[in-house]
Design a protein around this ligand. Structure first.
Ligand code: ZN
Ligand code: ZN
Length: 470
């Protein structure tokens, strides 16, 4: 046992004023005063709903904001102005080089066995068709696995259709199991000589509404247009297949790809004191797809983490480590902001990185991804969240996309506050991602959870990363 820990235990022995269950900690890593503040942060009941006000303002004053679009610099200006007005320190915008993609008009029709227009959208990063469009017979695959397993020449010169279904789930695992059809479908289709790929939307709704999202090409293979059709349209294609009716599709997809542009990571801080060089990072992404308003993805995350940091700022107690809000550039089409941040700040010690990017549902679980020595500390943190209805999870967490980049690239300790995503993929990446999908009443619980996590990470006498000794 270190001298420092004995000292803390000695201090702890005098913590008679705290409720008994709070004294039942295995390894006291926080002072009595710090733990009292955690309670105050968790149980605060502000009359405003700052998280909701912020997302309302973002989607109303800026709207959808793809990286490299005309709305992108307006979003950055919006964030800088809001964060300054809220009273944060060191508010700035770090430039990030992005490859922008622009979606133009899309039309997708079945021309045989009868004429029928489908509801469709281009997948993010997709090339377009020739100006006059293209028409070909469809090669149907029930899922990505069956396409990958196909060693025949059935897909050659055809439009591959992948009918991958997305299961509804609270934790997003249904999306995780389906999304590779969107990401990798074009590569698998091109490998088999196809002229385009169309997929069933990666979504759980039954609306005639198509879901976009990122996809990749293999530079060694032909780049073929990639699009998604609505779930009911995919069901029709499935039935036509079942009835043995060959389907011919005509596509006209206009896009621009690989446009050089500059976006920005927007940063704001609540400065620390004795450990101010160490960072506790609360992230969200500022960009969205071109469809909808980017309300649940990820305007609400922007609102939640800014409001959580504001609660620390207003808490009146000095922080040991610096809490830094990072609103990442271009999460959607390449994680450019996260990658740039991880490289730019590689030498700076990060105590914990987390991101809110799973909609507006309540948090129901906390998982970590930290050095093994820090797991007991994270388990204690989870106990402080329990009264918010949050379960303690394992140390095998998968922090949201931008935070995940940093956990993998820099081995920084990560945290996942798992939100209820049961409905998230009904609206995700569609024209229905609009403000009305957010229940304002679920946001204060998110804000409380992130503020407690950030506070305890900031004040801990233990480091959560590879050198856990304080
Ligand atoms: Zn997102
Ligand atoms: Zn997204």
């Amino acid at each position: 046992m270190t001298t420092k820990r004995r000292h803390i235990l000695g201090f702890w022995a005098g913590a008679a004023l705290l409720p008994q269950h709070l004294l039942a900690q295995d390894i006291p890593l926080w002072t009595e005063s710090d733990l009292r503040q955690a309670l105050a942060l968790r149980d605060a009941t502000p009359t405003d709903n700052l998280a909701y006000q912020l997302v309302d303002s973002l989607v109303t004053e800026v709207g959808s904001r793809p990286a490299g679009s005309a709305a992108d610099p307006r979003a950055v200006e919006w964030a800088l102005a809001k964060l300054k007005a809220l009273g944060f320190s060191n508010v700035r915008a770090d430039p990030v080089a992005v490859k922008a993609w622009r979606a133009g008009p899309v039309s997708v029709d079945i021309t045989a066995p009868f004429a029928h227009r489908l509801v469709a959208t281009a997948l993010g990063n997709s090339v377009g068709t020739p100006a006059g469009g293209l028409e070909a017979e469809m090669a149907y695959y029930p899922d990505l696995a069956s396409l990958k397993a196909d060693t025949s020449d059935r897909a050659k010169s055809r439009i591959v259709f992948i009918n991958q279904k997305t299961e509804r789930s609270r934790d997003g695992s249904g999306y995780g199991g389906a999304v590779m059809a969107r990401v990798a479908g074009a590569v698998e289709a091109a490998r088999r000589g196809a002229v385009a790929v169309a997929i069933r939307s990666i979504g759980t709704d039954r609306d005639r509404l198509a879901h976009t999202g990122g996809m990749r090409y293999d530079t060694q293979l032909r780049q073929v247009p990639a699009l998604a059709v609505s779930v009911p349209d995919a069901d029709l294609i499935e039935r036509l297949q079942r009835y043995g009716r060959p389907v011919v599709m005509r596509l006209n997809v206009q896009t621009e790809t690989g446009l050089d542009a500059t976006s920005h990571n927007v940063i704001a801080e609540v400065p620390g004191t004795d450990l101010s060089d160490e960072i506790v990072l609360l992230g969200a992404h500022l960009d969205s797809w071109h469809v909808g308003q980017g309300a649940i993805d990820d305007g609400v995350g922007v609102g939640i983490v800014c409001a959580a940091a504001k609660r620390l700022l207003d808490g009146g107690k000095p922080l040991r480590r610096t809490v830094r809000v990072v609103l990442f550039a271009n999460e959607e089409n390449g994680l450019s902001g996260a990658t740039a941040y991880a490289d730019q700040y590689k030498a700076v010690r990060h105590q914990l990185v987390g991101e809110s990017d799973f909609g507006a549902g309540k948090v129901w679980r906390m998982r970590s991804k930290v050095h093994g020595d820090a797991v007991p500390a994270l388990q204690q943190m989870a106990r402080w969240l329990a009264p918010l209805g949050i379960e303690a999870g394992d140390n095998n967490g998968s922090p949201a996309p931008d935070a995940g980049v940093m956990v993998r690239r820099n081995q920084w300790p990560g945290i996942e506050l798992t939100q209820d995503g049961t409905d998230y993929f009904d609206w995700h990446h569609t024209d229905n991602d609009t403000l009305d999908k957010i229940n304002p009443d679920t946001l204060p619980q998110n804000v409380a959870a992130w503020s407690v996590v950030a506070w305890l990470a900031s004040q801990s006498s233990q480091r959560f990363g590879q050198s856990p000794a304080a």
